[in-house]
Write a protein that binds this ligand. Structure first.
Ligand code: C2E
Ligand code: MG
Ligand code: MG
Length: 722
């Protein structure tokens, strides 16, 4: 509010008429908060009139200033501001304009104050140029503005340098402000680029477009959002996870002005969290769901099967020979194998199915949406075929089989635990029925599983008490003269009766009983062989079976040598029968062990030849003396041309490699004649003799050692159990 005494004078003349002009003027002017003045336009701003406000403004009374009685206004003006003030006023006067100027003054008490001066040059009653104006104290105001400015600067600093993104947006999703951190976060070169590049947050920013809607709803409901997590796009299309805290800013009337908030990059935390969740629910090696997630999936699949009226198959898979590969080639190769199998299994299933790994070599398939058991069977066949494909490990090709056990919902259980348990039981049955096959769960299998546990305990007990027996199956030459015997372990369980070695040897292998078992068998066999060889002048060879497990650790050669020594038996009379599994181990080490056996003086026989995969290559690489053609190649030899062809080929191969060829499982004269005619060297089988007890062999040898038909009856009444 500018007050010009001249104007006031004129106005008062018009409105108040006969009132004392000087008194009105005095009252008005002197009651103003500030100082009205009239001064000369000279070097000291010599005052002609100064209102009462002068006192509180400067500390000097009007009389001290008028005519520079005590001090001039130029002196009161702060030295640093004098020239600026003068220049401004001079210019305004020159242009005939009003002026406003802000500057400092020094009061009588020495205090520095900021003042605001407005004025104009006018001609006084005498026509002389004077300046009339008004000066007020703006120190407090200035300090406030200054404080505000500083506060603003502080906030701006926070805004500019915050590590969190800060934004203001319209509720519709347009940016009003964004700080550099936000621009960086979203991948824009500057806040300005962000604001112009992102003009529809809802559609451009959030990966899930419904996110913005949720954000707005929360804002409407609560006026704020806290830790609102979303996945968003950066400018380059890559994604990140953010957490937003925001609130509504309203005007005095409560109308929404804008949203304001902060954004934090939580991608790292999310990744960590997801990783933890993944770890909790997945197998680290293969990335497949683990036991926890599987249980969940089974329950879901049960619900689905109920809804759709389908079957659900839970398939327990255990790799055959995995332990062997893992122990012999090392865990690296074992891991490779498991990963390869995991991938193959995933190829065998449909989108609604699950492949899980429970640990070790145990996998589980969850097959849904089958409405016939037959379709499950074809899928299982595919699984077996896939697993059976060769795998390259440590630069060599391997064939791995698997045993599958199947439990079906609803028949075999109505919850995850029951189904898994029963599938596991069925898997054991598959393993026992020859491996690389599948079995469905039945109540009978359940009983068998319980039985197995009992057998384990009983076997341990039997070995400890040396209660295992050894029977001997003769081997004859083409004239049916007994040239050797094979030692075969026999066990009579107190409750289950005779148990087949095909059944208890694998249990012994799994439970670590194979070494004591083998020791017991070898002790008996060696001492029997020594006795027989003292009996007759023609040497009788003794063949013993060594489990592939025994080739893994410890020095099996030294152990056998020790037992030979103990029995005083010549190594030349001993044949060691090994199966192809031995060759799956580290070949250097295996070759070494076999050489050591050769050095010891024993002979090496390849058992069950023709059942494995790459037998031919083994024959060349390993120092073997004898090939035992498996029973499966002998059965049917007399009437199936294909079998006959293979047998012929094997025999001639053995001959050309200068190996002794032995035929196993010769059951009838036709087979015997065929094999003999093909040039097979030795024969073993029920046609000639079943496995016999030690004293029966003794009697046989005493009688001349020739096995003429008919076959002697087995004294033990043993028939292999399935
Ligand atoms: P293998 O070494 O191939 O032994 C031959 C198996 O065929 C024996 O079964 C024998 O009884 C059977 N067999 C012999 N001739 C005939 C025949 O004409 N027809 C039929 N159907 N079968 C015949 P067994 O005694 O049940 O032994 C099974 C397997 O258990 C053996 O196969 C061998 O691998 C293993 N085994 C037996 N004793 C031992 C042992 O002390 N240590 C180890 N590691 N394995 C053993
Ligand atoms: Mg054998
Ligand atoms: Mg055999």
């Amino acid at each position: 509010m500018t007050v010009h005494p001249a104007r006031i004078r004129r106005a008062s003349l018009l409105s108040v008429g006969e009132l004392d002009r000087a008194r009105v003027l005095d009252t008005l002017v002197n009651n103003l908060d500030g100082m009205a003045y009239r001064c000369r336009h000279d070097e000291t701003w010599r005052m002609i009139f100064v209102s009462q406000g002068c006192q509180s403004l400067t500390g000097y009374g009007p009389s001290a200033l008028v005519q520079n009685a005590v001090i001039s206004w130029e002196d009161i003006t702060h030295p640093l501001d004098r020239s600026r003030v003068r220049a401004q006023i001079d210019e305004a006067v020159h242009n005939g304009q009003r002026f406003t100027v802000e500057y400092r003054i020094t009061t009588q008490a020495g205090v520095i104050k900021w003042v605001h001066e407005r004025g104009i040059a006018v001609h006084d009653e005498q026509g002389e140029l004077v300046i009339e104006g008004f000066i007020e104290d703006i120190t407090a105001q200035r300090e406030m503005v200054q404080a505000q400015k500083e506060a603003e600067l502080r906030y701006r600093n926070i805004f500019e340098h915050a590590s969190e993104g800060i934004f203001q947006t319209t509720p519709e999703g347009r940016y009003l402000a964004a700080n550099p951190a936000l621009a960086r976060l979203y991948g824009y070169p500057s806040p300005a680029a962000l604001m112009s590049g992102l003009d529809d947050i809802g559609r451009q920013l959030y990966v899930k477009s419904s996110q913005r809607e949720r954000f707005r709803q929360l804002m409407d409901q609560h006026g704020e959002v806290l830790n609102f997590e979303s996945e968003v796009y950066r400018a380059d299309g890559t994604r990140l996870w953010i957490s937003e805290n925001a609130h509504i800013v309203r005007d005095a009337d409560g109308r929404v002005l804008y949203y304001e908030g902060t954004v934090q990059d939580i991608s790292e935390r999310r990744r960590h969290q997801e990783e933890l969740e993944r770890q909790a629910n997945h197998d680290m090696l293969t990335g497949l769901p683990n036991r926890i997630l599987l249980a969940d999936r089974v329950e879901q699949a049960i619900a689905r099967a109920d809804r759709l009226g389908y079957y659900l198959a839970v398939v327990f898979i255990d790799l055959d020979n995995f332990k062997f590969i893992n122990d012999s080639l090392g865990h690296g190769a074992g891991d490779e194998l498991l990963k390869a199998i995991a991938t193959r299994l995933q190829h065998c299933v449909r989108g609604t199915d699950t492949v899980a790994r429970l640990g070790g070599d145990e996998f589980v398939l969850l097959l849904s949406d089958h409405f016939r058991a037959s379709t499950v069977i074809s899928q299982l066949k595919r699984v077996l075929a896939e697993i059976g494909q060769p795998v390259m490990l440590s630069g060599r090709e391997f064939h791995v089989g698997a045993s599958l056990g199947v439990a079906m919902y609803p028949a075999d259980g109505d919850n995850s635990d029951a189904l898994l348990k029963h599938a596991d039981t069925a898997m054991y049955a598959a393993k026992n029925s020859g491996r690389n096959t599948f079995q469905f769960f039945t109540r009978e299998l359940n009983r068998v599983a319980d039985e197995r546990l009992n057998i384990e305990a009983a076997l341990r007990h039997a070995i400890e008490r040396d209660a295992l027996e050894v029977h001997y199956q003769p081997k004859v030459d083409h004239r049916r003269r007994v040239v050797g015997v094979e030692a075969l372990a026999r066990w009579v369980h107190p409750e289950y009766g005779l148990i087949s070695p095909d059944r208890f040897i694998p249990i012994a292998e799994e439970t670590g009983l194979i070494m004591p078992l083998t020791t017991a068998v070898l002790r008996r066999a060696f001492s029997a062989a020594r006795a027989w060889n003292q009996l007759s002048p023609t040497p009788l060879r003794i063949a013993v079976n060594l489990s592939a497990r025994l080739f893994l650790g410890g020095d099996i050669v030294a152990h056998v040598a020790g037992l030979l020594q103990e029995a005083q038996l010549s190594p030349g009379l001993v044949e060691i029968e090994i199966t192809e599994t031995v060759f799956m181990g580290d070949s250097e080490q295996v070759v070494g062990t076999l050489r050591d056996f050769k050095d010891l003086g024993v002979q090496l026989a390849m058992d069950d030849f023709g059942t494995g995969y790459s037998s031919l290559s083994y024959l060349r690489r390993f120092p073997l003396d004898i090939i035992k053609i498996d029973r499966s190649l002998v059965t049917g030899i007399e009437h199936e041309e294909e079998v006959a062809m293979i047998a012929r080929a094997v025999i001639s191969l053995g001959q050309s490699l200068r190996k002794t060829v032995v035929a196993e499982g010769v059951e009838n004269p036709a087979q015997f004649d065929f094999l003999r005619f093909q040039g097979c060297h030795e024969f073993q089988g029920y046609l000639l003799s079943r496995p016999l007890r030690e004293h029966e062999i003794t009697a046989l040898l005493r009688a001349g050692g020739v096995l003429a038909a008919p076959t002697p009856r087995p004294s033990s009444g043993f028939a292999p159990l399935g």
